[in-house]
Ligand binder design. Structure first.
Ligand SMILES: Cc1ncc(COP(=O)(O)O)c(C=O)c1O
Length: 424
């Protein structure tokens, strides 16, 4: 077949499921950051403090590192507590960080209509052993952090916002990530902004800030060889994230792109000056990338009749829970053949992660299980062209499982007539 090789590659326009802005022109700043080191980091920290309106920020090597450092700091403040409550459906890096910090994971099921905790269950999950609760803000949909705070307050538990997927998102006028005792962001590939990999801790609490600093000050910075390797990876990522070339890495199974992994261990370091340099224009890029995401999400919301799906939030991906696992497989396999970037998210609820499932034996999380089995996500990033958006819309409308056909009961998929040809 034309354009197809023995390996199964298809040399065709292929959209990545998620992509952050990462322009080649920033590479010069990256080189500058690598040379200036601490100066580039100081600048980045100052900008973060100003943007988030917080007194303390700590740029680190990844989102999971950020959570790990926060947890170690909170444990130092409340040594008698050791349980961390997380959503039963979330990135596997979240339980990785909790376990690496030597703490116990407690799961709370989710409400698949809101993608947030099931708040009827959360109250029972919090107790006197709870160190903190970690609301997920999945896909950039804000969690109800005020509600989490109200439930944590009487127990003296902290609230740590996982804002890995929600940088720059506002909820009730406030930036997501800043409403808890501490928050963290991911700067990994496919996030709102990216430098390949990285994370940021924010807190406005002096007490928490001091404790986090106690851990942060012991962290090493990446060495020169590692920085060079990361630089080359960022260049490669920048080239291959382009839909004209993404068919290549996405066809190489050993790269495990899009695969969700549970990390038994991971590096715990500060962010390099090189990456701070790479993020030199982060505020402009964040604003632009989130505006595009909000527009694309709105296109699909209207085009697929998904009225009322999560307001006008700049979704990192638009989540759609289909009516069955089979429907999901059908949609994903057609989308894959067409290179549309419509894809699954995490393959299982946290309690079924192979490496840790024995910790949760006998526990069931039906909301998380349903989402793990039926969820597809639609890309919303800046690499989508009009033709891609139309092809994705057509895929959903033509597939019997399209939520716009009204088979599913979740709010996102509220039965609604597909809107006519949307005008944009
Ligand atoms: C919800 C959520 N939490 C935490 C993380 C961990 O971030 P990182 O990949 O930068 O370690 C991610 C990253 O994918 C995430 O999506």
């Amino acid at each position: 077949m034309k354009g197809e090789r023995a390996t199964g590659f298809r040399m065709r326009r292929t959209l990545p499921p998620a992509a952050g802005p990462n322009r080649l022109r920033n590479l010069l700043h990256a080189a500058g950051g690598a040379l200036s080191g601490a100066r580039a980091l100081k600048r980045f920290e100052g900008e973060l403090k100003e943007y988030f309106g917080v007194r303390h920020v700590f740029p680190v090597s990844s989102g999971k590192t950020a959570l790990f450092v926060i947890l170690r700091a909170l444990k130092a403040l409340s040594p008698e507590r050791s349980t961390v409550v997380i959503p039963a459906y979330t990135c596997f890096s979240v339980p990785s960080a909790v376990i690496k910090a030597g703490l116990d994971v407690k799961l709370c099921d989710m409400d698949r209509k809101t993608m947030d905790f099931d708040y009827n269950l959360l109250a029972d999950a919090i107790g006197k052993d709870t160190l903190c609760v970690v609301p997920g803000n999945l896909f950039g949909i804000p969690s109800d952090v005020e509600r989490v705070r109200r439930l944590c307050g009487p127990h003296g538990a902290f609230v740590v916002e996982d804002a890995a997927q929600a940088m720059g998102v506002r909820y009730k006028g406030r930036l997501v990530g800043t409403a808890g005792d501490a928050g963290f962001f991911s700067l990994a590939r496919g996030k709102n902004i990216t430098c390949g990999s990285g994370g940021v801790i924010v807190t406005d609490s002096d007490r928490v800030g001091k404790a986090v600093n106690g851990v942060y000050s012991t962290l090493p910075s990446p060495g020169a060889a590692e920085t060079l390797k990361e630089f080359l990876m960022v260049v490669a990522m920048d080239v291959f994230i382009n839909p004209s070339f993404y068919w290549l890495p996405s066809g190489l199974p050993f790269l495990k792109l899009g695969e969700t992994r549970f990390y038994r261990d991971f590096p715990v370091e500060r962010l390099s000056g090189m990456k701070a340099g790479l993020l030199r224009n982060w505020r402009t890029e964040l604003e632009w990338s989130n505006r595009v995401r909000a527009e694309n999400a709105e296109y699909f919301r209207r085009g697929l009749g998904l009225r009322d799906a999560y307001g006008r939030t700049p979704l990192l991906r638009l989540p759609v829970v289909l009516e069955s696992a089979e429907a999901r497989e059908r949609v994903c396999s057609i989308a894959k053949g067409k290179g549309l970037g419509v894809s699954r998210m995490y393959p299982s609820p946290v309690n079924e992660i192979e490496e840790i499932k024995e910790r949760f034996s006998g526990e069931e999380y039906p909301g998380a299980k349903t989402v793990a089995e039926r969820l597809v996500t639609i890309p919303t990033h800046h690499l989508l062209k009009d033709g891609d958006r139309a092809a994705i819309r057509e895929l959903f409308l033509k597939t019997a499982s399209c939520p716009a056909h009204g088979q599913d009961a979740v709010r996102l998929n509220t039965p609604a007539k597909p809107a006519g040809q949307p005008r944009y």
